[in-house]
Design a protein around this ligand. Structure first.
Ligand code: AMP
Ligand code: MG
Length: 327
């Protein structure tokens, strides 16, 4: 899988460069998707670059990406598409609008026995706020995440230009500054086994994870510090790299199903750093069900030693399972 990892790292590096350039610019350019969530020039440009790069390195591998070019192909989006073209051109990639849309739509494949899953910008809301976001790319083979590259432009010191986490299943996780990919070191999760000292991270957006429930869990566990709120899979990276011991994603809306591209890369980086990932019922994340984690409910991530204790508190906090709830 070294070949695949290298291809993914190259692709993510190109995309991070574009995302940073857009974030440093004046106007990120925002469109609203059908679900009313925002999508920017950087989301679409990142997906175009990564799909283009993977198509050259691994032409037989399909990509299941978050974005598509359906809206972008409409005549009234010509100006927006032109702004994406200008960003690509600034990165040395000159292409006509049709080609750019085709690259983006290479990410419209259906999940199968071997495919890449891509979130070109995870945490778009964080990206727009100037906070954390991630470029997340993972290879899934027979329902198992085998390779992960997670670019986190907002982590690390400013001169690092962000951190890029990489993992191959069974071979551990490594991280390197985006500014110097060769300068990598192993990623090791915290060995903390005193839960009161554990640091908890969660979504910034209370619509994405229940802050009330995490507060009750933190109280039950006796955590001594307040939770840290971060957008995107930067939370997985933070647990993997000993910046926190716990990450909880606790369902707010019972109809919402988690998307594979929001968890595939992050979960492998954590497990390869020695951490543990399950859902809120203790089940492993099941990446064999298509575009969503339809068999799972929420996500519980820990440094490893604390997992059982954390999971117990998470399950005890599930008021929807109380007898008589809703009556
Ligand atoms: P976070 O960065 O933790 O806020 O998570 C961001 C991800 O949450 C986005 O990539 C969305 O795919 C996902 N998301 C969107 N709506 C919901 C929802 N209602 N519940 C949980 N996650 C959501
Ligand atoms: Mg996302």
């Amino acid at each position: 899988m070294e070949n695949e990892l290298h291809a993914a790292q190259t692709a993510v590096h190109e995309a991070i460069g574009l995302c940073r350039a857009v974030q440093d610019g004046i106007d990120p350019g925002v469109l609203e998707k059908h679900d009313r969530s925002p999508v920017t020039i950087a989301d679409l440009g990142s997906q175009a670059l990564i799909c283009r790069s993977l198509a050259t390195a691994l032409p037989d591998d399909p990509v299941v990406g978050e974005e598509d070019a359906l809206t972008l192909r409409q005549p009234e989006q010509a100006e927006f598409l032109d702004r994406i073209a200008r960003q690509l051109s600034a990165r040395g990639v000159d292409a006509d609008p049709e080609t750019i849309c085709d690259w983006i739509d290479k990410g419209a494949a259906d999940p199968c026995d071997r495919f890449w899953t891509l979130d070109p910008i995870d945490g778009t809301k964080g990206f727009l706020r100037g906070d954390q976001y991630a470029v997340a790319l993972a290879l899934i083979v027979d329902g198992q995440v085998e390779v992960a590259v997670l670019g986190c432009p907002g982590l690390g010191s400013p001169e690092d230009g962000g951190l890029v986490f990489s993992a191959i299943r069974g071979s551990g996780a490594r991280v390197a500054p985006a500014s110097d990919p060769a300068d990598s070191r192993p990623v090791v999760a915290s060995d903390c086994n005193d839960v009161t000292q554990a640091r908890l991270c969660e979504s910034v957006e209370s619509a994405h994870s229940s802050h009330d429930r995490s507060k009750r869990i933190a109280q039950a566990l006796g955590l001594e510090t307040d939770s840290v709120k971060l957008d995107s899979q930067a939370k997985y990276a933070t647990v993997a790299d000993s910046g926190a011991e716990i990450y909880l994603k606790l369902p707010v809306d019972s109809d919402y199903v988690e998307k594979i591209w929001d968890h595939a890369a992050g979960s492998l980086v954590v497990t390869e750093s020695g951490g543990t990932v399950s859902d809120t019922l203790g089940q492993p994340l099941d990446f064999s069900c298509g575009r969503t984690l339809s068999k799972n409910t929420g996500v519980v991530v820990s440094n490893g030693p604390l997992h059982e204790q954390v999971l117990k508190a998470v399950m005890a906090s599930d008021t929807s399972r109380d007898p008589g709830h809703g009556h």
